[in-house]
Structure formats: C-alpha cells, structure tokens
Design a protein around this ligand. Structure first.
Ligand SMILES: [Zn+2]
Ligand SMILES: [Zn+2]
Length: 307
C-alpha cells in the first residue's frame, strides 16, 4: 500500500543546473503515475530509480512545451528498451494531435500501444479499483487541468472479539468481513462488515495544480489532501507578473492550502531566477507552516491513515 511522491522536475519554463522541467511521479504499489512530462524526464526517472516497463499513466496539465516535450523522448526510450505494456496518456484538448504528429513525423518504431485520453470535461478522468484521478480546470493562460490522485477509503479496523462474540470462527469468513463483504451464518443471519469493524479509513489524496493562478474549484479538489503541490513561480512582490503569466506566488499557494485544509503544501515550478528559494519558503510559511519547496528528487512517503 506504499504511496510515494518523487519530484522529477521542479523548474518552470526553462531548466537550470539544479532543476529539470515539470514532472511529478507518484509511485503507487507497482504503478507509476506521472503528472506532466518535461523534457529530459526519462533521465530523471533513471536517476530516481523508476522503471520503463511498469504499468504507467501520464497526466499532462496543459500544452505548454515545458510540460509536454518530454513525451517524445520518454516514448523513444521506452521503445528502445522494448516496452510491451500499454502507456496511457491523459491531457487537455491538443494532446491527441500532438502525440499523433510525433508518431507520424519522428522515426519511431514503438514497441507498445499508446492510448490517448483527451479530457474535455472536468470530473473523473480515470477510475481504478482502489483509486481514481479527478481533473478540474485551473486558471492559466491556456486551458489547463489540475489533477487529484484520490485513494478510495479502506475497510475499517477489524475487531476479532466482536466476530468471536457473534460466533464466527476464525478463517475465510473473517477475511471476507475484513475486505468489506457480508457473510451468512449457519443460522441464516447475515453479518455486515460494520458489525465487526470500525469506520471506513480515509484514503490518501495528492493534488497537483500545474501552472495556475489561484482558482476557486481547487478548494473542493484539494479538500483535506495529504499533499497539495502548487505552482509558486514568482515571489509575492511579483504578484502582477505572476497574474499576467497565469502563475501563483507563495502567499497565494499558502492561502489555497489553508482554505483547503491540507496537511502539507509543496511549492514547485520555481522560476530560474531563484537559486536560493528561502524567500519563497518564508513567504508561504507565514500563512501555512507545513510548506516545503520541492527540489529535484525530493521524495515524500505518504503514510496510511490509521483509523
Ligand atoms: Zn510551465
Ligand atoms: Zn504553462
């Protein structure tokens, strides 16, 4: 049930000696979920110890070059390494034409299928048995999506003494109840999981805004998230510039984090002008204490909720 975030690229618009272009990897069990795909991402994946053959989904926020130009290179690397598994790519309108154009013009011999999912409407972009990805329109200078990884709630804590009290012997019936299924006793009585377990345990939530000014629907998307990863391209004093370019400042990101009552805020898409990010961190922490500035290869393990 491990869930880990690895920041592969934390710069904005242009790479620097220390920051690659935007890419955030979520490692969920055996799957890799990538938010944005900046240039050179495949090398960052190698350095982070990720893989090219795993089940993988890529979610692109918008069609600016710094967020999509890593796709051709990543696909090329995967093909050279003989990937066989399908690759799913999600993104706003334009993603299909971009990928089809690349496939037509670059001399690829793709060894795997690329399934393109163009997202026209906000809502559930993809649903798996134990998590889903929700998309919401953000507020950038071109159509742009924010994404939330939302783990489904897990069955509550199991109380063996309650099961014994109801006369259910230890064994397969206990496992079924633990998995959230009803069972039938020889007497004909049905036992519901909630008779022998605690309340459902909250799933984990990670939200990535992509490039954006503050936007209203983030409050709902990020509500109670374990981690909110937010654009903080420019310092507070450059608010006007941030607004013109469709970005946020640390204070704006921090206010969004506070409003959504998240556990942790991580600032990313850091402008190349900041080799020292302590100013950005100070500005955000005045409003929201549990803030970090992401560096390339920063890792965060997201623990399971206990009850
Ligand atoms: Zn960008
Ligand atoms: Zn952009």
């Amino acid at each position: 049930m491990s869930l880990r975030i690895v920041f592969l690229g934390t710069g904005g618009s242009v790479p620097t000696a220390n920051r690659g272009l935007p890419a955030v990897l979520i490692q969920h069990k055996d799957e890799q979920i990538l938010f944005d795909c900046g240039e050179g991402v495949q090398r960052q994946i190698v350095r982070a110890g990720g893989g090219f053959h795993k089940k993988m989904k890529i979610f692109v926020t918008h069609m600016h070059g710094d967020h999509v130009l890593g796709l051709p290179g990543l696909m090329q690397t995967m093909a050279l390494l003989d990937r066989k598994r399908k690759l799913d790519v999600y993104g706003p309108p334009g993603i299909r034409e971009f990928l089809e154009c690349i496939k037509r013009t670059v001399q690829f011999a793709l060894t795997f299928q690329v399934e393109i999912h163009e997202i026209d409407n906000e809502g559930t972009a993809c649903e798996e048995s134990d998590y889903c990805i929700e998309a919401a329109w953000s507020n950038h200078v071109v159509p742009s999506l924010a994404y939330a990884f939302i783990e489904k709630p897990r069955p509550g804590r199991f109380f063996p003494e309650k099961a014994e009290h109801l006369g259910i012997p230890e064994g397969p019936q206990w496992s079924r109840l633990q998995r959230g299924q009803e069972i039938k006793l020889p007497s004909g009585r049905t036992v519901k999981p909630r008779e022998v377990t605690g309340p459902l345990r909250k799933g984990r939530r990670i939200v990535y805004t992509g490039d954006t000014r503050p936007f209203k629907s983030l409050g709902k998307l990020a509500k109670g998230a374990n981690v909110l990863i937010h654009d903080a391209t420019f310092e507070d004093e450059l608010l006007e510039r941030a607004s013109e370019d469709g970005h946020s400042t640390p204070s704006q990101a921090a206010r969004d984090a506070r409003r959504a009552n998240v556990e942790n805020l991580v600032l990313t898409h850091i402008s190349a002008r900041y080799s020292d990010t302590s100013l950005l961190l100070r500005q955000a922490r005045k409003i929201f204490r549990k803030t970090l500035v992401a560096e390339d290869f920063t890792e965060m393990e997201i623990p399971l909720a206990k009850d």
